[in-house]
Design a protein around this ligand. Structure first.
Ligand code: BGC
Length: 400
């Protein structure tokens, strides 16, 4: 069924497209927790065949009740995801002494994600990003001879899908369980013209928590008109979140010999510059804080991964304080490494943690920013009859 891989996007002819569109309604808390609730609590939590549990995450400002789903594996690792924005709100993983701790920045309920301060700051904690991850210059692009004008929400540019991107919509949710682990399938239909993008886009994102402590994110999309797509997740990691410290001591490796140089509004100039001899060289491990002062504003760039297709390494992170490690793999050609430069202490998250500058870092697997206006970058175009499909994995471990 897979017909071709074109321009870095997996193009598939899929008769089963209807499946995506036909995903069920968002089940209520009672419905989704049926199998977990009917089994003893501890069995539900430890058996990989058990379904994820769910509970209310509160009401959105327009009165819609949203859920928080908890995926658990046999090691006690837990991922919580809400269908508001498809947001990953917490991830409990062991440290070098086996102690579970949360490594994700976020809030305890949906109102945190909808507070005026959060919306003004626009950090997109843990959210699914679409239709287009990162910036599109001037909020416009031309496709098949037609110019499209997008919602501009970042100075002159469009960022992360516009004013109401996929991070701010309520997704349909379908909890599941398979030999791979517990999962949550989220679906959303983005209307033709939404935020200025052409084509009705049917999107499905499946989060799976695997037995080896990895959170796998599988993204699929189809369209009925030529459009552009670049989906990612915007989790902020801090492998020592509970300590309320910044991430400058975390050691990062990025298997990328080049990065995309940006202008003053963070739009790529088109130049792919070698990292060698610069503070952007993470081909060997470096603490985030080691050279960050040499990068005006901090790291907020797209690295050009040395391997562009097939599953490949995208990043490795090690926190010497807790011994926790994070390995990111993807099939995408780029990764946005962002060091929470715009966090300024105004947001208070889970457990009252104050999110100051560099309180977390993001590793957004993606196609390069502004690809729709950069003919030399791998294409982000999606045509009717093709299927956009990409998988990224965030795997946790420890180093003693
Ligand atoms: C962007 C940053 C932006 C952040 C939060 C990142 O993907 O590259 O410039 O501030 O998202 O919106």
């Amino acid at each position: 069924m897979i017909s071709l891989r074109r321009s870095g996007l997996l193009a598939v002819t899929l008769p089963g497209l209807l499946l995506l569109a036909a995903c069920g309604n968002n089940p209520s808390a009672e419905q989704t927790s049926t199998s977990a609730a009917s089994a003893p609590a501890d069995t539900a939590q430890t058996k990989s065949t058990a379904m994820p549990t769910s509970a209310s995450f509160g009401k959105t400002t327009d009165g819609t009740e949203v859920q928080l789903y908890t995926l658990t594996n046999a090691n006690g690792v837990k991922a919580t995801i809400t269908n508001y924005g498809g947001t990953l709100t917490s991830l409990l993983v062991p440290d070098k002494d086996g102690k579970l701790g949360d490594v994700i920045l976020g809030f305890d309920n949906v109102s945190g994600y909808q507070s005026p301060e959060f919306l003004k700051a626009g950090p997109y904690f843990g959210a699914l990003i679409g239709r287009y991850g990162n910036r599109i210059k001037g909020g416009k692009f031309t496709l098949e001879g037609k110019e499209y004008n997008l919602a501009k929400n970042n100075g002159p540019n469009s960022l992360h899908g516009g004013l109401k991107g996929f991070d701010k919509v309520v997704w349909q949710a379908e909890p599941g369980s398979s030999a791979d682990g517990q999962s949550l399938k989220l679906t959303y239909v983005s209307k033709d013209g939404e935020e200025g993008y052409p084509g009705t886009l049917n999107v499905a994102v499946v989060y799976t928590l695997t037995a080896d402590n990895a959170l796998k994110i599988d993204y699929t999309a189809t369209t009925d008109k030529a459009t552009v797509v670049n989906l990612t997740n915007h989790a902020y990691f801090n492998l020592n979140h509970g300590a309320g410290k910044d991430v400058l001591n975390h050691e990062v490796t990025l298997p990328a010999d080049r990065y995309t140089v940006v202008d003053a509004t963070l739009i790529p100039t088109g130049e792919l510059r070698p990292v060698k001899g610069t503070p952007f060289d993470f081909t060997t491990p470096h603490a985030i804080g080691e050279r960050i002062a040499q990068v005006p504003g901090g790291y907020d760039h797209n690295w050009v991964l040395n391997t562009a297709t097939g599953e490949h390494a995208a990043a490795t992170v090690y926190d010497p304080a807790t011994g926790r490690t994070l390995e990111v793999t993807t099939d995408q050609p780029g990764i946005q490494f962002y060091t929470g430069n715009f966090l300024d202490g105004t947001l208070k998250g889970k457990g009252g943690t104050v999110y100051g500058k560099h309180a977390g870092f993001c590793l957004e697997t993606q196609h390069f920013p502004d690809s729709p206006n950069q003919p030399k970058f791998p294409s982000t175009e999606l045509k009717p009859g093709e299927t956009y499909h990409t998988v990224s994995t965030y795997k946790f471990g420890v180093r003693k």
